[in-house]
Design a protein around this ligand. Structure first.
Ligand SMILES: Cc1cc2nc3c(=O)[nH]c(=O)nc-3n(C[C@H](O)[C@H](O)[C@H](O)COP(=O)(O)OP(=O)(O)OC[C@H]3O[C@@H](n4cnc5c(N)ncnc54)[C@H](O)[C@@H]3O)c2cc1C
Length: 550
């Protein structure tokens, strides 16, 4: 059996950063185990390609939830990255830290060290902000040099010109504008920044893993499905995993770090005997530590798109014809610019549905392309509607509904059962109505009326609450942000990990990924997950400092 100082399970948004940080002293040995394979594929590196990887089983776990009462009994399709970089290799690349009060709430939930004051400098140190002209911007908010490893690019000048109608409409609807959603004034409508660089996706693997792999003490094993954590006397001593049809073990001298994401980290804890005793016994697993909260606390953003026909040309005209695609393809290959180099989620922001609120409650997306005729099981970003169209979407920022994830069997190869319990909290119904009414206001503004042809498919300004809700239950879906399944909180307050992400009830085991969020953040979850990993790395480095001897 090989022995390493650290074993990291999962090379996703969080795991890649840990591999880099924990090997940086040149002394510690690290084994990184990843179920998927190499991420250097054309449709991963090309930003528009995330339409292609969305259903591609070669790089995607392709989970599905159980039928959900909140979605009128529908299942929800949940893509997750199964490849180096994890979900950061197949996501929509939007980089959004969220709002300061998201993290103040983490702190309030019994987690010292996680308030906005604590985490803002961590974000700033991670990021390398790129201006539209390619120059690097120092982080004004903190005075730090903005020279972290993670490229965060402002591509606003390249976004489709119909954005001007959306911006003007937002102002007419009384919404503030922001020039930097990751800056000092994040609230408002503006352009999304993305994890791209020179026209290519810039995932966690690009930022952290590739540099880490240059160090001889980092071993990466791809196509390695971890089955369980090995525990002796309630201490993690290693992992068991399967590679090339063989089941092997590796041992960890210092710690095992689970970075398998919000679906698979709780599954791995449960398979290892840490979880609700009744569930583990039902599947014949020994109970090492009975914790009913492992897999509970699941949160996600639930969103919906409203599609409009447009009076102006949109990206449909470019992506929907051979000549348009050829021109866009040439522009991409020669200049690494144009629509293929961008996310389709171009404009949006975190806004208040009512000026009386003390924090934004709705996240908006404005997409200059439309797909009314999407086929089941396909997401063809290069086959839009054959007429000019665009989409406005929203999701409530801070839903309160919680669901859970539990193993379906004791077999590591089986997907867990995912029960999101969407819209089970009454406040979330109010949140949906507030968001939909805001879109109704927005599409009724003079500027947006100039852009929209005819009547929208559902007139959100005048529809009844029941009509809005029925439509939402019938058509909404995940915004791909599951989190909270190994919640960070004190043990007597529903926690699975403590404020240093150590698993309650056992030694030498941490969870470091989106599953530890005490509450979902107000926007996209990649940026907060990377921040979580950076904080964890600091805690781990403090626990095992560099040996001063050469
Ligand atoms: C389609 C899509 C679009 C999204 N769009 C955005 C966006 O635009 N902006 C944004 O901020 N967020 C977005 N997200 C969400 C964001 O990418 C995730 O929240 C974030 O990547 C989660 O990071 P993680 O480290 O928790 O998990 P992941 O990045 O998913 O990493 C987990 C890794 O662990 C591996 N793994 C799991 N189980 C095992 C096992 N048993 N053995 C070995 N390896 C294992 C997985 O294969 C994976 O590589 C999107 C997600 C998806 C799927």
């Amino acid at each position: 059996m090989e022995t390493f100082d650290f074993i990291i399970v999962g090379a996703g948004s969080a795991g890649c950063l840990l591999a880099d940080a924990l090997s940086a002293d040149g002394q510690k040995t690290v084994l990184l185990l990843e179920a998927g394979g190499d991420e250097r594929r054309f449709w991963i590196k090309t930003p528009i390609g995330y339409g292609k990887t969305f259903f591609d089983a070669r790089v995607n776990w392709k989970f599905s939830t159980q039928p959900d009462p909140g979605l009128a009994g529908r299942n929800s399709y949940w893509p997750r990255g199964k490849v180096l970089g994890g979900s950061s290799s197949i996501n929509a690349m939007v980089y959004c830290r969220g709002l300061p009060n998201d993290y103040d709430d983490w702190h309030q939930a019994g987690n010292p060290g996680w308030s906005w004051k604590d985490v803002a400098p961590v974000f700033a140190r991670l990021e390398k902000r790129v201006r539209p002209d390619g120059s690097i911007q120092a982080s004004a908010a903190t005075g730090l040099d903005g020279m972290g490893a993670l490229y965060v690019s402002d591509r606003e000048p390249q976004y489709h010109p119909i954005k001007r109608f959306f911006i003007a409409g937002a102002q007419e609807a009384g919404l503030p504008l922001t020039s930097d959603m990751n800056g000092a004034a994040p609230e408002g409508v503006g352009a999304y920044q993305t994890n791209t660089y020179r026209g290519l996706r810039f995932s966690s693997a690009d930022a952290f893993l590739r540099p880490a792999l240059r160090r001889p003490k980092v071993k990466l094993q791809t196509h390695a499905l971890v089955h369980r954590v090995l525990l002796q006397d309630r201490r993690a001593t290693g992992v068991e995993y399967e590679v090339n049809g063989q089941v092997v073990q590796a041992s960890a001298r210092l710690e095992v770090l689970l970075c398998a994401g919000a679906v698979n980290s709780p599954k791995l804890l449960q398979l290892s005997g840490i979880g609700p005793a009744a569930l583990l016994q039902k599947h014949g697993l020994p109970v090492v530590h009975d914790n009913p909260f492992v897999g509970a606390g699941l949160q996600d953003h639930l969103g919906i798109n409203y599609t409009y026909r447009a009076t102006q040309p949109t990206l449909n005209g470019v992506l929907g014809s051979w000549s348009g695609r050829l021109a866009a393809g040439l522009r991409y290959v020669l200049l690494r610019s144009g629509p293929l180099s961008l996310s389709v989620n171009q404009m949006g922001g975190m806004v208040k549905s009512s000026a009386q609120l003390d924090r934004p409650d709705v996240q908006l997306y404005f997409t200059p392309v439309s797909y009314s005729t999407e086929q089941v099981g396909k997401r063809q970003l290069l086959k839009p509607d054959p007429y000019p169209g665009f989409i406005i979407g929203f999701n409530p920022c801070r839903p309160l509904s919680t669901g859970h994830i539990e193993i379906a069997s004791a077999r590591p190869q089986d997907d867990p059962l995912i029960r999101p319990h969407y819209l089970s909290a009454p406040q979330d119904i109010a949140g949906v109505l507030a968001g939909a009414r805001l879109i109704g206001q927005l599409h009724s503004t003079p500027s947006m009326r100039q852009l929209i042809v005819g009547q929208p498919e559902i007139d959100l300004a005048n529809a009844s609450d029941a009509q809005i809700l029925d439509d939402f239950r019938a058509r909404s879906g995940t915004v791909y942000h599951p989190c909270g399944t190994c919640r960070m909180a004190p043990a007597n307050q529903g926690g699975v990990v403590d404020a240093q992400l150590r698993v309650h009830g056992v030694q030498a085991l941490r969870v470091v990924d989106a599953s530890i969020f005490p509450n979902i953040t107000s926007a996209n979850t990649h940026a907060p997950t990377v921040m979580v990993a950076a904080q964890a790395a600091r805690y781990i480095q403090q626990t095992y400092p560099k040996d001063p001897r050469p």
